[in-house]
Design a protein around this ligand. Structure first.
Ligand SMILES: NC(=O)c1ccc[n+]([C@@H]2O[C@H](COP(=O)([O-])OP(=O)(O)OC[C@H]3O[C@@H](n4cnc5c(N)ncnc54)[C@H](OP(=O)(O)O)[C@@H]3O)[C@@H](O)[C@H]2O)c1
Length: 338
């Protein structure tokens, strides 16, 4: 690719009215190479994806983008065009999840990116670029969560593991990954009737109506799960902690219901439950490489295809609206060259 040519990018910008009211919006634009920020590695991006955070950024909602104008997209998969980082050469296939993309550094919803080589992961053998984007931050986070449970001592023999927000991106991949590793997976969803067969197809053996977990509950409740992967937060996470077995482990990565945690210390001090935080954005390189090694081997790629929709760049806005409205399930990959 000629480095001088313009390329397409979804750019989030912020305007301020004379009264000082700030409005954020995103648009598909042509930008030139000098629009990119400094970085050692220039990448011809092939695919990005739509995560909850991309929904927020593309729909003009606050909380993700922290400098303007900003190319959106917290994920990218592509091929190195140029590199001054000795670890990377032209032609290398690479993955980048989080690491400030679409927050403080231009992201992956564009045909080109220029980034630091520090957090790049080599596309593993056996997984294509489009499938790596289907995994994306959602799958990477699901894998970090599974590894978190296992570091806490949970094994398939420990008992059933609950996944909340199960039909979402993180949730769907968490169900599939846990089932592939031999866990008995219970899936909590607000769409039992609509998506029950989908979740059973991913490997869930029991479905839990999320309404039974979303209201404030008692500090300690009947013990149901050895572990849980939660992407919902708020009263749901509080109830999950209250229903986790003695010695169980719960991971927390998200706030789909809310950022609050109206819980007590009872599950910790009377049931020795552990709560583990998951942050994919700033995960160190060694953790990224470990997670991607497992993703490339553990995940049933045909199953991954069945939960993935691939869309062109300009359709990213509709997909963003859909993820915020809770009408999409599984994963949406953006083919930025289409
Ligand atoms: N910490 C990290 O590194 C990290 C990384 C990735 C994502 N996240 C966070 O994890 C969360 C999920 O991300 P995602 O990309 O998987 O989003 P997503 O695809 O929109 O999935 C979220 C799911 O949560 C459930 N949900 C939505 N609103 C809810 C509510 N009010 N009460 C209970 N459940 C609700 C829905 O599942 P059902 O339809 O099945 O009920 C929805 O599909 C987000 O908060 C995101 O910011 C964090």
């Amino acid at each position: 690719m000629d480095i001088e040519t313009e390329f397409r990018a979804i750019v989030v910008d912020r305007t301020e009215s004379v009264e000082g009211k700030k409005t954020q919006g995103a648009a598909l634009r042509m930008v030139s190479d000098d629009f990119l920020m400094p970085g050692d590695v220039t990448i011809a991006v092939e695919y990005s994806s739509i995560n909850f955070k991309d929904g927020l950024a593309l729909m003009g909602r606050p909380g993700v983008v922290r400098a303007w104008p900003m190319i959106a997209g917290i994920d990218l998969v592509g091929t190195v065009e140029q590199s001054t980082d000795p670890r990377w050469s032209a032609g290398d296939r690479v993955i980048l999840n989080g690491a400030g993309l679409s927050e403080t550094h231009h992201g992956g919803l564009a045909e080109r990116a220029r980034v630091s080589g520090d957090f790049l992961v080599r596309l593993p053998e056996g997984i294509s670029a489009v499938r790596a984007a289907a995994v994306g931050t959602a799958g990477f986070t699901a894998m970090l969560s599974v590894l978190g449970l296992e570091r806490g001592g949970i094994t398939p023999e420990s008992g059933a593991v609950l996944v909340t927000g199960a039909a979402g991106g993180v949730g769907s991949l968490a169900v599939a990954l846990l089932a592939a590793r031999g866990y008995r997976v219970h899936a909590s969803t607000g769409r039992v009737d609509e998506l029950g067969d989908y979740l059973r197809g991913l490997g869930a053996v029991e479905l839990v109506d999320r309404g039974t977990l979303s209201e404030a509950g008692k500090p300690l409740q009947g013990q149901r799960w050895a572990g849980a992967i939660d992407s919902v937060g708020s009263s749901t996470l509080a109830n999950v902690l209250a229903q986790t077995n003695y010695g169980g482990v719960v991971t927390s990565c998200g706030l789909a219901q809310g950022a609050d945690l109206p819980a007590t210390v009872m599950p910790f001090i009377l049931r020795a439950v552990s709560l583990i935080g998951i942050n994919s954005v700033e995960a160190p390189l060694a953790q990224r490489e470990e997670a991607w090694r497992h993703l490339a081997t553990d995940l049933d790629l045909t199953l991954l295809d069945s939960l993935t929709e691939v869309i062109p760049l300009e359709a990213a806005f509709d997909a963003a609206a859909g993820i915020l409205a809770g009408t999409v399930h599984g994963r949406t990959v953006v083919d930025v060259r289409r």
